[in-house]
Design a binder for this molecule. Structure first.
Ligand code: FDA
Length: 514
């Protein structure tokens, strides 16, 4: 303890020494005896599992307001043996942006939230501490016919989200957020600020889907803005088992990835009380964005998915930005300003997992899933099935580190939520989702059983502490990145051979032979 307390003191002194010539860092440093320390730490934590008193806490939180302060934090952390956890929106499912078993500093990018939209060049620079909600708002402020294909929840931070891929309702039309990043600026392990040109194409490739935390601190992204129509159409059609949900989900698997790319229909599975008799049942919600008007949508649905019985009354035409609010769960007519509110919409305890489906799951297989949703722990569980195809099939699996492209019908996110504090409740719910995951093994991708890094799941493997080995990291690395894992290791070896930027699922460097 004494040694680490001394390290922390030395670290703080290092910060103030280095910052004498740059913007004063003292105003953005928070230590545990500062009254703002806990509120700042907890502000963007999404998963209540990581808010308990025994969750490891940072020695220091720094909320830089100037780029030079980030270089200073990196240099002083290296000198005084502290780890860095970089946090943008704080949505990491396993809390890797704000916790570590080793003594650490949180670099919270919350003050890096400027967004500059240029409608002439159809580009924007967005700082990493911005949320996707803020980005959508700033785009819509300037144009009604431009948008961006990123996440659905407005409070997700662009720092983590774009660096892990990032998808939303326009995935089939435009791919991932990371597919549409055209430049970036970051601070590397030596505290140097680099852009696409000076970092080179390998590093620029790696941070678009390989997870930013292994490679440096991303300051901002330059993105391509994309066309959206003046009016889009949305619908959500709920079907319970009594209303033929199993057949509909079964059919959906065959058609959802084949629709024209303007049409995106995802599927939510939950347990609900039936409105008919109050008995519990399983509900599939078909939740859709169509980049066009309702007449075209209705005829398309009549042609390719008539079984759903979509009717005019189910559809609403609105602007693209209104659809952002709709999918985030806000009522119609809500002011667009809610997109600027960074306070998490809900905060619960949760655990999530992901899977990729290459062949439709049989009706029996689906019924087995429903059965698991009747178990006690699954009261607030859900499964989201996100269709692939369209643009996702066209982009090579090597274009960026995110490899899950052609050959996937859809992605699944399984998640379970609970409200009770403590280990017992956590254990019960986590063990339920692990059982669901085992049950699903025969129906999903194999060798590797693929997973999405932005749905971080430490069950798929973690690095060994200290000297992270390639072999250990390969266990989770090939699931997230397939063959791209090896290229990520090469880039890491080149840019951070001493493995300063590391966490439980960071890319390891390989030691170079002497
Ligand atoms: P956070 O700040 O927790 O960072 C996540 C990881 O990125 C950490 O390892 C962190 O160190 C690193 N990192 C963050 N900022 C960095 C920076 N500036 N430089 C370097 N490394 C940095 N995903 C999706 O694709 N589509 C969706 O619709 C949603 N929806 C969604 C809803 C909710 C409620 C949650 C909790 C999560 C999602 N996600 C999602 C998952 C989301 O994409 C994922 O958690 C992102 O990593 C979150 O990015 P943040 O910046 O918010 O996280």
């Amino acid at each position: 303890w004494a040694a680490s307390a001394q390290n922390h003191e030395d670290f703080l002194q290092c910060l103030s020494l280095h910052s004498q010539n740059s913007t004063s860092i003292s105003q953005v440093i928070y230590t545990p005896n500062n009254s703002s320390y806990l509120p700042i730490l907890q502000f963007s934590i999404q998963n209540l599992r990581f808010t308990s008193s025994d969750t490891p806490k940072p020695a220091v939180i720094v909320t830089p307001s100037h780029e030079s302060q980030i270089s200073t934090v990196i240099k002083c952390s290296r000198t005084h043996g502290l780890q860095i956890r970089v946090r943008s929106g704080g949505h990491d499912y396993e809390g890797l942006s704000y916790l570590s078993e080793l003594p650490f500093v949180v670099l919270d990018m919350i003050n890096f939230k400027s967004i500059t939209v240029d409608t002439e060049t159809r580009t924007a620079w967005v700082q990493s501490g911005s949320t996707v909600g803020e980005l959508y708002y700033r785009i819509a402020e300037k144009s009604k016919v431009l948008g961006f294909p990123a996440g659905v929840c407005p409070t997700v931070g662009v720092g983590g989200h774009f660096s892990g891929g990032g998808y939303g309702m326009m995935l089939r039309k435009y791919g991932l957020a990371a597919d549409n990043v055209i430049d970036a600026r970051l601070v590397n392990v030596n505290g140097e600020i680099l852009d696409r040109k000076s970092m080179g194409e390998d590093l620029f490739w790696a941070i678009r889907g390989g997870g930013g935390a292994s490679f440096g601190v991303i300051l901002e992204w330059k993105i391509k803005l994309l066309s959206v129509p003046q009016d889009v159409t949305v619908f959500t059609v709920d079907k319970t088992l009594e209303q033929n949900a199993t057949n509909l989900v079964h059919k959906w698997q065959y058609v959802a990835s084949k629709f024209p790319e303007d049409l995106f229909i995802r599927n939510f599975i939950r347990r609900v009380n039936s409105t008919r008799d109050g008995q519990q049942t399983i509900q599939a919600s078909f939740n859709s964005l169509f980049l066009g008007g309702q007449d075209r949508l209705l005829s398309l649905m009549q042609e390719s998915f008539p079984e759903l019985g979509l009717a005019k009354e189910d559809c609403t035409e609105m602007s693209w930005i209104e659809s952002v609010l709709y999918f985030a769960g806000f009522p119609r007519g809500e002011s667009l300003g809610v997109l600027l509110d960074r306070t998490p919409l809900v905060r619960l305890y949760f655990k999530a997992k992901s899977d990729y489906v290459k062949e439709p799951i049989s009706q029996n297989g689906l019924e087995g899933i429903w059965k698991m949703f009747y178990e006690d722990e699954a009261e607030t569980a859900q499964m989201i099935m996100t269709p692939y195809g369209g643009k996702m099939d066209e982009i090579s699996e090597y274009a960026i580190p995110f490899p899950h492209r052609a050959g996937n019908l859809y992605k699944i996110q399984q998640s379970v939520y609970w409200e009770e504090e403590g280990e017992v409740a956590a254990e019960r719910h986590i063990s339920w989702i692990r059982r669901l995951y085992s049950y699903m093994a025969p129906y999903v991708s194999k060798l590797p059983r693929a997973a999405y890094i932005n749905y971080r799941d430490l069950d798929v493997g973690v690095n060994n502490q200290g000297n992270t080995s390639y072999a250990q990291a390969s266990i989770w690395g090939f699931k997230y990145f397939k063959k791209n894992f090896n290229r990520l290791v090469k880039v890491k070896t080149m840019v951070d051979p001493g493995n300063f930027f590391r966490n439980e699922q960071s890319i390891p460097p390989v030691s170079l032979r002497r």
